[in-house]
Design a protein. Structure first.
Ligand code: ADP
Length: 270
């Protein structure tokens, strides 16, 4: 809305150079707003577990002789500090991602291996909910990028698929190469996401149900990390979902050209 006002005034003046200045300023204001929002959100999110830990410490002090209460408070402190550390880790990851050109420092990455490890690292939470993770298909060519960041992205998607699904369901990870793109989709039989929510879930700290997200150890940053990693690799992430039936998150990443697809150096430049 700010943009419309500024541009209307500039149009009345009819000065093109002012338009450029005004646009720049609008851009700066918007960036500043986003940053201020982020800082406000981060402070709020950090304050919640820190406040809880502090209250629990007090309660622990008061309950010194009640063994059952002590154990209960200690367990809750442990849970809150786990949340705090997940949050700090995600915030660091996100700010790291914003400042760096990942692909420039990248290398050829075997996505199949990255997926295998991402699945492996989600084994315990999956087992605890009797969820089967089934991987099918194969990515034919390497992707150029950072294997650790790609791992973080896929781990987040699989982690969400498990957290937002009921026990005893199945999570599918489908891999295929198509039109020079590595296509990785993570499908669950979980809660599903309405079309309105689908528009917002990639925003930082956006959660459909904050209580549920926190309860399951979510930070509200997972999908925005996924989005950043994927776009830093020149790819895209999309979601398809039907409420109550499940969701599919699909990542598409450009594959590197292998010797077979390339007739020689001249072919690559056309
Ligand atoms: P969180 O840490 O809360 O999971 P994310 O950024 O990873 O944060 O996801 C944002 C929100 O999107 C979640 O809080 C949840 O409401 C919704 N969401 C993400 N993945 C799924 C999924 N596979 N099924 C249903 N809802 C999901």
């Amino acid at each position: 809305q700010g943009t419309i006002v500024v541009q209307a005034r500039v149009a009345a003046l009819g000065e093109e150079y002012i338009l450029i200045l005004a646009d720049d300023r609008t851009e700066i204001t918007r960036t500043e707003e986003i940053r201020n929002d982020f800082v406000a959100n981060v402070s709020h999110e950090l304050k919640t577990p820190v406040g809880a830990i502090s209250l629990l410490a007090e309660a622990l002090d008061d309950a010194a002789s009640d063994e059952v209460a002590v154990r209960r408070f200690a367990q809750r402190m442990h849970k809150e500090s786990g949340r705090l550390s997940a949050l700090v880790q995600d915030i660091i990851e996100l700010s790291r991602l914003q400042g760096t050109d990942v692909v420039r420092r990248g290398k050829p990455v075997d996505v199949n291996a990255v997926i295998a490890e991402a699945v492996d690292r989600n084994k315990l939470p999956a087992e605890s909910k009797q969820i089967d993770i089934v991987v099918g298909g194969k990515i034919e060519s390497p992707v150029y990028g950072d294997p650790d960041l790609l791992m973080t992205a896929f781990r987040n998607l699989i982690d969400n698929a498990i957290r937002y699904s009921p026990e005893g369901t199945r999570v599918g990870v489908g891999l295929r190469s198509r039109d020079g793109l590595a296509q990785i989709s993570v499908t669950d039989q979980g809660l599903g996401i309405t079309p309105e929510e689908q528009e917002r879930i990639f925003e930082r700290f956006y959660r459909i149900d904050a209580a549920r997200s926190r309860q399951t150890g979510g930070t509200g940053l997972g999908l925005s990390i996924v989005k950043h990693v994927v776009s830093n690799h020149g790819g895209e992430v999309t979601v398809w979902s039907q409420q109550g039936q499940g969701s599919t998150f699909t990542v598409r990443l450009p594959e590197m050209e292998t010797a077979d697809d390339d007739a020689g150096p001249a072919a690559a430049s056309g």
